[in-house]
Design a protein around this ligand. Structure first.
Ligand code: NAD
Length: 501
């Protein structure tokens, strides 16, 4: 079936959406718009306002005005609102997941899972809203009592990518709100719809106007948020290139920054591992979301003695990955997000071939924005395909002889987001897990995530952590308050006291 026929079958239509500023649905002040095409079907599905600095300024002002009251709300009220949002997300799962599926090109089954997981994040953040407390110090001497209280950072700018649109905004926004912040959110220009749908649900849940504002647009709007002096903190997920530039700009104003960036994640497979499970995890790690995933397991580092067998088993299993129409319930892997990204993937595959790696399977684009699940063997550490984030369905397989060599290869990129180790020997698994330089290490599993567990990267993969109870730290400032107990004794200046003068 051609992409046009598919789109007719699915009856896709262009939806006009507006931004959310101070509780109102608004166009951009300039009236400029942009259009998003569904990558799997090649038809326009959304038109959005193109925000510039003026729109961002309005959004920041609304967030600042709303903060005065929102920062004073009690945890129970915040928790109730966040729980209401979680319920509304669940109630609207069909509509939101269909929008995400069409706009991002990701399979409908996966979209549904992501929407439900997003609801879980709002629910977990609600539980944290009632645990937003600090410390008391009662051992500083008889004349001193001190407390350390958390305060919200203020107005938070949240900038998100296109690969997990609703999930990633839900990793940030409810935690920012639980901590008493207000927000200006900018979703990716490729996938703004579900963030705007979320905005409507926030209003329905009863969130006061201006607490969350959503602007749409590309780099210009993101830069305006980054540089606006009224933004106290930036929470960014996206590429290392943009994250680095954004952190530089934010640093000039000494804004608080939290960054979730790219990865070149490795799964280390020892010969004594449960190979059937490891093969499945290799396929899942490499091809989930067409490899457009910060946690993509884009490198397998396998013990040389089993490397050939392992690679062939991965290739055999990959043949069963169903690539195609995202709205089809049977599809495992959908479309590449846009033509530019497809060209990036093709260019990396070309570089891999030219560097002398062997294409064991795949390696080609298909009709439309689809790409074969691809496996390179004979990859060495210095090759570009072993070092750089491809963000496509391309797996590089490297080999090792000793555990030390495996760790050195796994740690041998500029990134440090996630890593994995497969072994049935507990000593091997744990010692390698301890030596891997990554924010998350999976042992005999891959890519599971829980709201309770902090997530983030070492080195070029980011700064700070989101999720877990640590999310409250990320979105708060600490304030120390000291109290004098009884009279303040001793004087700094040796002088007669005022009364005797
Ligand atoms: P990107 O960096 O191109 O864009 C991310 C966001 O930043 C978008 O909203 C974009 O409009 C905005 N932006 C672009 N230029 C900007 C600028 N100069 N100033 C401010 N904002 C700007 O990333 P992407 O292509 O949307 O997403 C893919 C990248 O995201 C990959 O590198 C991936 O690894 C990373 N990612 C990381 C995580 C994580 O949690 N570590 C999760 C998902 C994606």
């Amino acid at each position: 079936m051609s992409t046009t026929e598919q789109s007719n079958v699915h009856g896709l239509e262009l939806v006009e959406r507006q931004m959310l500023i101070d509780g109102a649905q608004v166009p951009s002040r300039s009236a400029e718009t942009f259009v998003r095409e569904a990558p799997a079907y090649g038809v326009p599905v959304g038109r959005f306002p193109e925000a510039d600095a003026e729109d961002v300024d309005l959004a920041v002002r609304a967030a600042r005005a709303a903060w005065a009251e929102w920062r004073q709300t009690d945890g129970a009220t915040r928790a109730k609102l966040l729980t209401a949002v979680a319920d509304l997300i669940r109630r609207n799962v069909d509509e939101i997941s269909r929008t995400e599926c069409v706009e991002a090109g990701k399979p409908i089954r996966q979209s549904r899972d992501e929407v439900l997981s997003s609801a879980g994040l709002w629910e977990y953040a609600a539980s944290l809203a009632r645990h937003n407390y600090g410390d008391a110090h009662n051992a500083l001497g008889s004349d001193t009592l001190a407390m350390v209280v958390r305060e919200p950072a203020g107005v938070v700018g949240i900038i998100t990518p296109w690969n997990f649109p609703l999930l990633i905004v839900s990793q940030k926004l409810p935690f920012a709100l639980a901590s008493g912040n207000t927000a200006v959110v900018k979703p990716s220009e490729h996938t703004p719809s579900t963030t705007l749908q979320l905005g409507a649900l926030l209003a329905e849940a009863g969130l006061p106007d201006g607490v969350v504002n959503i602007v749409t647009g590309a780099a210009r709007a993101g830069a305006a948020i980054t540089e606006h002096p009224g933004i106290d903190m930036l929470s960014f997920t996206g590429s290392t290139r943009v994250g680095r530039a954004l952190a530089g700009k934010a640093g000039e104003q000494l804004k608080k920054v939290e960054l979730e960036l790219g990865g070149k994640n490795a799964q280390v497979v020892f010969a004594d591992a449960d190979l059937d499970a490891a093969v499945d995890a290799a396929v899942f790690g490499a091809y989930f979301n067409v490899g457009q995933c910060c946690n993509s397991g884009s490198r397998i580092i396998v013990e040389a003695a089993i490397a050939d067998e392992f690679a062939h088993r991965v290739a055999k299993r990959a043949e069963h990955v169903v690539v195609g129409d995202p709205l089809d319930e049977r599809t495992d892997v959908g479309a590449i997000v846009n033509t530019g990204q497809l060209e990036v993937i093709e260019s990396y595959v070309r570089q891999g071939r030219e560097a002398g790696a062997n294409v064991l399977s795949g390696g080609n684009r298909r009709d439309g924005l689809f790409f074969d699940p691809t496996i390179f063997t004979g990859v060495t550490e210095q090759m570009t395909i072993a070092q750089e984030e491809i963000f496509g369905p391309v797996l590089s397989i490297l080999t090792f002889q000793t555990a030390e060599e495996a760790v050195s290869l796994a740690n041998g990129t500029s990134y440090g987001l996630s890593a994995g180790v497969w072994s049935s020997d507990v000593d091997t698994a744990l010692s390698v897990a301890r030596d891997l330089r990554a924010g998350t290490v999976w042992v005999n599993r891959w890519m599971d995530g829980y709201p309770e567990l902090p997530f983030g990267g070492f080195a070029a993969s980011g700064l700070g952590r989101e999720l877990g109870r640590q999310a409250l730290d990320a979105f708060s400032e600490l304030k120390t308050i000291q109290l004098q107990v009884g009279a303040r004794t001793g004087r700094w200046v040796d002088a007669p006291d005022d009364v005797s003068r």
